[in-house]
Each structure stands twice: as C-alpha cells, then as structure tokens.
Design a protein around this ligand. Structure first.
Ligand code: DGL
Length: 257
C-alpha cells in the first residue's frame, strides 16, 4: 500500500484516547485509524514509570506491526513516561504525545487558580514539572491528582451521583469564584466534562489538549508528505487488550457521541 494511505495509530491505557481521536477525525476525516486501548492493564496512572514505559513500547510495536504510518500517544500518563525514549528508538516515525494544556489556560489570563486534573503519575513526572516551571510566574497553578476517576469512564459512567460526588469532593476544596479554569490533563476526562460543568458552572473555562494534539499530528504527517490523498470517509478500527465486547461497544459509542 502507498505509504500515504496507511492508517494512523492511536494509543491509550483505555478508552480515554478516543477523545483525541474524535478531534483527529474532525480535521482528518479521510484518514483510516487503528485505535488500541490497553484497558486490561489500566489504570496506568497508579503504575510505576517503568511499567508504563514498557506497556507503551509494546503498544507502539503492536501498532507498527499493523502498518501504521504515524502514532498518537493519546494518553498523558504514557506520554510522560515514554515519549522521550520512543523518539530515540523511532527517530523517523511521526509521533505525537499529549500533555496537560496549560499554555492556553494561562493565556486566558483569567483571575484565579488554574486546576490541573490528571493522574498522579502525570503530575509527578519531569515533563509536567518542566511545564509548571515555565508558567509558574504567570499564574497560580494547582495540580489535582484524580485517582479513581478514569475507572468511572472505563465503566461507561459519565454522570450520576457517584461521578458527581467524586468531582464535588475534588473541587469543593477550591472556592468557586476563585477557579480561573480547569485543565483536563487526562484523555479520559473530556467524557465527564458536562458533569463537571454542572458542578463548577459555565463561567469556569474547561480546557483539554485533544484538538491541539490532533493538529500537531496532522502537521507532522504533512511534514513527511504522509497525509492521505483519499477523498472517501476513513475507516476506524478499535482494538482493546481486554477483549470484552462491552469495551469495544463503549469505544464506538464514545466516538459517535
Ligand atoms: N488516559 C490516561 C491519561 O491521559 C490515563 C488513565 C490511566 O490512569 O490509565 O493520562
């Protein structure tokens, strides 16, 4: 097959990266995609960096074995653990990762605190420390680790009492009028955005890095002249390590919703 018309690979610890794939489909609708979710080994956020690095390398090898022309690591946790090493091992592969979208939050210049919701690992790793360092003089940035939140999304729970109580417990610590914006630093979280809006109100800007990552992926593929020349709607193939029908069904539902 012509290199241009090979699929693009997407990877996440579970169904979260579908929030990024959705953005990619919007701006590159003619591409074919292979999405690999590693729900069997999720959550990554509670594992050691070495474990996540190893799982991420395996996922990348798997996607390459399927003939992908480029890869999006659509997981903040896997990006912080492995992207630098992946770039060393695969210097010619168009590869993008995702990190909490702090820059657009700071540039809003809203008064108050910027809350960064993410996994404990993302917030602990050097990549995020460097990001904090860059913006710490321009804004008050508060990391909010959210262990247990991705599990609701993996179980298909996006609203209702349990999710609301979880979010209330996280957010109540901060005074409502003093939150400038919230950055969703885990690709699972955009799927509970509506529930979060109901809690914090419409005035608090909620930002995620999905579109930015999709644009960066397009830029990198274009740089290597690898964007498809097809004019047909692309095909999407979702694969999940858990092998459960429910997770595949949930994945396609999330893509449509
Ligand atoms: N979706 C992943 C992220 O963006 C994390 C979920 C997990 O803990 O596995 O960080």
């Amino acid at each position: 097959m012509d290199n241009k018309n090979r699929p693009i690979g997407f990877f996440d610890s579970g169904v979260g990266g579908l929030s990024v794939l959705k953005e990619a489909i919007k701006i590159m609708p003619n591409e074919d995609y292979i999405y690999f979710g590693d729900s069997k080994n999720a959550p990554y956020g509670m594992k050691s960096v070495e474990e996540v690095r190893e799982l991420t390398f395996k996922a990348v090898e798997f996607l390459l074995s399927k003939g992908v022309k480029g890869i999006a690591i659509a997981c903040n946790t896997a990006t912080s653990a492995a992207v630098a090493d992946l770039r060393k091992v695969y210097p010619n592969l168009p590869l993008v990762g995702i990190e909490p979208a702090l820059k657009p939050a700071v540039e809003l210049n809203n008064k108050g605190d910027i809350l960064i919701m993410a996994t404990a690992m993302t917030l602990k790793e050097a990549k995020f420390k460097r990001l904090m360092e860059k913006y710490k003089d321009r804004a008050s940035i508060i990391p909010v680790p959210c262990p247990g939140l991705m599990e609701f999304i993996e179980a298909g729970k996006f609203e209702g009492k349990e999710v609301e109580e979880y979010l209330l417990d996280k957010i109540n610590t901060y005074k409502k009028g003093e939150i400038a914006s919230i950055v969703l630093g885990c690709t699972h979280y955009p799927f509970i955005k509506e529930t979060l809006v109901n809690i914090v109100g419409k005035d608090v800007e909620i930002i995620d890095g999905g579109l930015g990552t999709a644009k960066e992926l397009r830029r990198r593929l274009n740089e290597k002249n690898l964007l498809t020349d097809s004019t047909n709607e692309g095909k999407i193939n979702v694969i999940n390590s858990s092998n459960k029908d429910e997770i595949i069904e949930l994945s396609y539902r999330l893509l449509k919703g």
